[in-house]
Design a protein around this ligand. Structure first.
Ligand SMILES: [Zn+2]
Length: 154
């Protein structure tokens, strides 16, 4: 079973995993993917509400070439690795794909709308340029877990 609890002092979150050692990486990545979906669905709901548009569905995938995409039918796809990015980055990516529900391009109008939904757009783009590739290292192979998470597995 995978669950997150706080330390006794409540300072930092701890991920407790109880299963055979060989299943730990799989349990952790399943957990992170579920968390990613939840966080992204919440962020997408928040942004679509502002626009009066609805996403057809939100899916989380193991993509490495892009952080998110929006299909013509209104389905939004995201990389589960966004769960390891700071919340303002995840929120920006949700806003970016939601803005594609209105503008299916990267026109000036698209960026205007994205910035309206996510004022942190430039900061988030800068963060992704600097740290984005690092996120792709994690979970690429079944036994690879983010080092920052590994230290917190007990
Ligand atoms: Zn885009």
């Amino acid at each position: 079973m995978v669950d997150d609890h706080n330390d006794e002092d409540g300072a930092s979150p701890v991920l407790r995993v109880s299963c055979g050692a060989e299943y730990v990486p799989r349990r952790i990545s399943d957990f992170l993917k579920r968390e990613a979906k939840q966080d992204l669905e919440t962020a997408v709901r928040h942004h679509t509400k502002q626009l009066g548009y609805a996403a057809r569905r939100v899916t989380v995938r193991d993509t490495t070439s892009r952080w998110g995409s929006c299909s013509a039918s209104g389905s939004l796809n995201f990389s589960w690795r966004l769960v390891m990015s700071p919340p303002f980055v995840l929120d920006y990516l949700a806003a970016h794909e939601v803005a594609h529900l209105v503008h299916m391009n990267h026109s000036e109008k698209f960026w205007e709308l994205t910035r309206e939904l996510a004022p942190q757009t430039d900061r988030a783009e800068t963060w992704l340029k600097a740290h984005g590739t690092g996120l792709h290292r994690f979970g690429a192979e079944p036994n690879v877990v983010a080092p920052s998470l590994r230290t917190k597995v007990r």
